[in-house]
Ligand binder design. Structure first.
Ligand code: CTP
Length: 405
């Protein structure tokens, strides 16, 4: 039997292993977040080298970023006369976070007057920018023109977010969340093998209400579905994530539709799969039953003897029965190794693929960051072994691509 520490070791997928990230930090108030960004990039396997502008040094010291990156921090073109050529030559990806209005204006117009803008011109690989500034500056038509021009050269943008800004004003201009910047960097160096496909993913539990305070639900955390949505987005797909109530944050590039009940999930899935979806991946643990009656006011316990339940509509079977249907992938969570039962489920519901997991195994199933599944399709099956849910997500997408290249 595998130990739970083996399960813990498998949790993190090093998506930036052996990748060298050249991070440009400019002078916005969010510059202090660069230290956290460096830590998280290193966490997923990257080595990070930092370049800072003069203004950035007003907000965070080079020493802090040297400690965080464990690398020399470059602040001037003249520190070493050839670094503006050698740094970009060694980088797999360049990320500028935070990117001020000033640096975006400079880069859009080819101005090279400091280490960052000079190295940018000498760099030929993928670039990610994370703009951050006051909302009025962000909306200014001159800035928007500069941004548009810069993006037209194939540069990726992440954020900014809306909310309360450092100046106290409400608006759009807050630096993207650090995990979203990391995801954009990962996407920039990942082959876009799902580009041009729309993938609809469901996740989490549904809630079936008895009255305004009580509901029937299940233990699904949503982690598997969210991992699939994130992996598909990183690989270039247009992703719609339809999720029941969970505590998870959706990846920034994914369109999130939040639902509550199985009936709402059915409606959202039908709408999205009607609109040219390539794949439906039903990772949600849809409640199989709902109370026959839903009270408008809280039902007193003395008035409840037993519950009468109705079956909810089977969402995946409904989609798979349509004439014009996407590739349909379902999940079968079983207690005990009932692989045959999963196979029958795939055939009965006319799925194209089913992901079977035994939730009683260590490191598999509900709330866990790992899983251990068998992927079955019409032609055969493949065991993944114990992997992180991110790796399982990639394995499912790989298998789908093999069938539907
Ligand atoms: N599913 C669905 N609509 C439902 C119920 C389930 O689309 N009303 C989907 C799930 O998202 C999952 C697959 O069907 O992809 C699971 O099938 P199901 O027969 O519900 O599996 P179990 O819940 O494991 O079923 P059983 O209780 O029969 O073991």
């Amino acid at each position: 039997m595998r130990s739970s520490s083996a399960a813990r070791r498998k949790q993190k997928l090093k998506r930036l292993k052996n990748k060298s990230v050249l991070l440009g930090v400019t002078g916005g108030v969010a510059a202090f977040k660069a230290a956290d960004l460096i830590r998280r990039l290193k966490d997923v396997g990257a080595s990070v080298t930092v370049m800072m502008t003069e203004a950035a040094k007003q907000f965070i010291t080079p020493l802090s970023l040297q400690v965080a990156s464990q690398n020399t921090v470059y602040t001037s073109v003249f520190q070493d006369p050839l670094t503006h050529i050698s740094l970009p030559a060694l980088a797999d990806v360049m990320v500028i976070a935070p990117a001020t209005a000033n640096i975006i204006a400079k880069l859009a117009n080819g101005i090279a007057d400091d280490i960052l803008s000079t190295a940018f011109l000498a760099y030929q690989g993928p670039v990610v920018i994370a703009p951050s500034m006051n909302g009025k500056m962000f909306e200014h038509p001159i800035f928007q023109e500069n941004l548009k021009r810069l993006l037209s050269f194939g540069i990726r943008q992440v954020g900014p977010e809306s909310g309360t800004l450092a100046c106290g004003e409400e608006g759009k201009g807050r630096l993207a969340d650090v995990p979203d910047i990391v995801d954009s960097v990962i996407a920039a160096v990942t082959p876009q093998d799902l580009k041009g496909r729309k993938i609809v993913v469901t996740a989490g539990p549904t809630r079936e209400h008895l009255d305004p305070v009580r509901f029937l639900s299940n233990r699904s955390s949503g982690k598997m579905g969210f991992s699939i949505a994130r992996a598909a987005w990183i690989r270039g797909a247009a992703v719609v994530l339809i999720s029941g109530p969970t505590a998870l944050k959706s990846p920034s590039g994914v369109i999130l539709r939040q639902v509550d009940t199985a009936a709402q999930m059915l409606r959202a899935v039908t709408e999205e799969t009607d609109k040219d979806a390539s794949v439906l991946i039903m990772a949600a643990a849809v409640a199989d039953f709902r109370p026959h009656l839903q009270a408008r006011t809280k039902a007193a316990k003395d008035n409840i003897d037993s519950l009468v339940l109705d079956r909810t509509q089977d969402i995946i079977a409904h989609v798979a029965a349509q004439k014009k249907k996407p590739f349909v992938i379902g999940f079968a969570a079983e207690t005990g190794g009932k692989l045959e039962r999963a196979k029958q489920k795939m055939q009965r519901k006319k799925m194209d693929m089913i992901v079977f997991n035994d939730v009683t195994e260590i490191g598999a199933g509900f709330e866990s960051d790992t899983n251990n599944v068998v992927i079955l399709d019409r032609k055969g099956s493949a065991k993944t072994g114990l992997l992180s849910k991110d790796e399982i997500a990639d394995a499912i997408l790989d298998r789908y691509l093999k069938i539907k290249t």
